[in-house]
Design a protein around this ligand. Structure first.
Ligand code: SF4
Length: 340
């Protein structure tokens, strides 16, 4: 669970019960600075003289706000729309796409006018009838570590549980799922867990839950009947990568055999980076050992004019072959959505 160092309540947010609950919960804690804004000038309350210190202080900050413009971003290919409940994440994964996406606003932000957000989601669902509409809850965040006090996922899962044509999905590297286990989800919410080898987690995924905690949480949600998936991303090639990923999958397979027999799905994404991301990462993590030597990669042109550095074809083929074989052997009946 994310315990912030400071909580900033934006103007008008405390008119909402969800914001009052957060204030009640943390207001008496002397270790947490509480700021109640009367204007929208928030940045002065987050210290830091350079990008690296602003990043670290931002990551310890929770901003509670009201979502104003209710135009949802599209979210292809994983969903039709983003569901803007939370943005940002307490984690400090060196490779995280939020490093470039959220720029100098790495703080966690929780929107408290959830009724407005769900009313808007309903409008989008109605526009696409009779088709189903899928909403992604983690396009710009990991919403799970703030769930124990925002209850955003709980409200979303309950909303989509009652919806005929609306579906919800999110992915996490955390394990605060207990409050989600008894909800009437009706199978309309898919929960995916991003897992990796302990080597990768220790080296690059700072302030996230251990792989054991993530898999334990995944088994709980699967037992609670949620469609459950695993995202293994990013896959890195390093000494012993095959052995480590084998142990990861073998261990997961053993645990799933003891638990529910529900089908599971896998998505496998090899490590890639853009030049913009690399420059940003090296400013925030100057000592990073992320493998980002352009000469060892292949430049792949993207749809929108900028490309990514991916592993060369032979390495991608090895990754593909390895995961395809392992998953088919260890998880009979599972679905491999893609290996890229
Ligand atoms: S847990 Fe996910 S969203 Fe959070 S920093 Fe890591 S990769 Fe980014």
């Amino acid at each position: 669970m994310f315990i912030p160092k400071r909580i900033i309540f934006e103007k008008d947010s405390l008119e909402y019960d969800a914001a009052k609950e957060i204030l009640d919960r943390f207001g008496g804690n002397n270790n947490i600075e509480i700021v109640k804004l009367t204007s929208n000038k928030m940045k002065q309350y987050i210290p830091g003289s350079d990008l690296s210190s602003q990043y670290r202080e931002g990551k310890k900050t929770l901003v509670v706000g009201v979502k104003r413009g209710l135009v949802f971003q599209t979210c292809k290919p994983s969903a039709h729309y983003q569901l803007p409940l939370i943005s940002g994440c307490m984690g400090q994964c060196e490779y995280c796409y939020l490093n470039t996406m959220l720029g100098d606003k790495p703080f966690v932000k929780a929107y408290v006018n959830t009724d407005d957000i769900f009313n808007q989601a309903e409008k989008y669902i109605n526009e696409r009838l009779p088709e189903k509409t899928v909403f992604e809850g983690s396009a710009t965040s990991d919403p799970v570590p703030v769930e124990p006090y925002t209850h955003s996922l709980q409200k979303a899962i309950t909303f989509f549980g009652k919806s005929e044509k609306g579906k919800f999905r999110f992915v996490t590297k955390y394990n605060d799922v207990d409050s989600l286990l008894k909800l009437n989800h009706n199978g309309h919410t898919e929960i995916r867990f991003s897992i990796n080898t302990p080597y990768v987690i220790d080296k690059y995924e700072h302030y996230t839950a251990s792989v054991d905690k993530r898999t334990e949480a995944s088994i709980k949600v699967s037992e609670a009947g949620y469609p459950t998936g695993y995202l293994i991303a990013p896959v890195f090639i390093y000494n012993n990568w095959r052995e480590d990923y084998h142990v990861l999958l073998q261990d997961l397979s053993n645990k799933l055999k003891e638990g529910p027999k529900a089908p599971v799905s896998f998505e496998i994404i090899s490590h890639r980076y853009t030049t913009t991301a690399k420059n940003r990462i090296l400013k925030v993590f100057p000592e990073s050992t992320l493998p980002m030597n352009d000469e060892n990669r292949k430049y792949k042109y993207g749809q929108f004019g900028y490309g990514k550095y991916v592993y060369p074809k032979e390495a991608l083929d090895e990754i593909n072959e390895f995961f395809d074989k392992e998953i088919k052997e260890l998880f009979i009946d599972s679905e491999i959505k893609y290996i890229i």
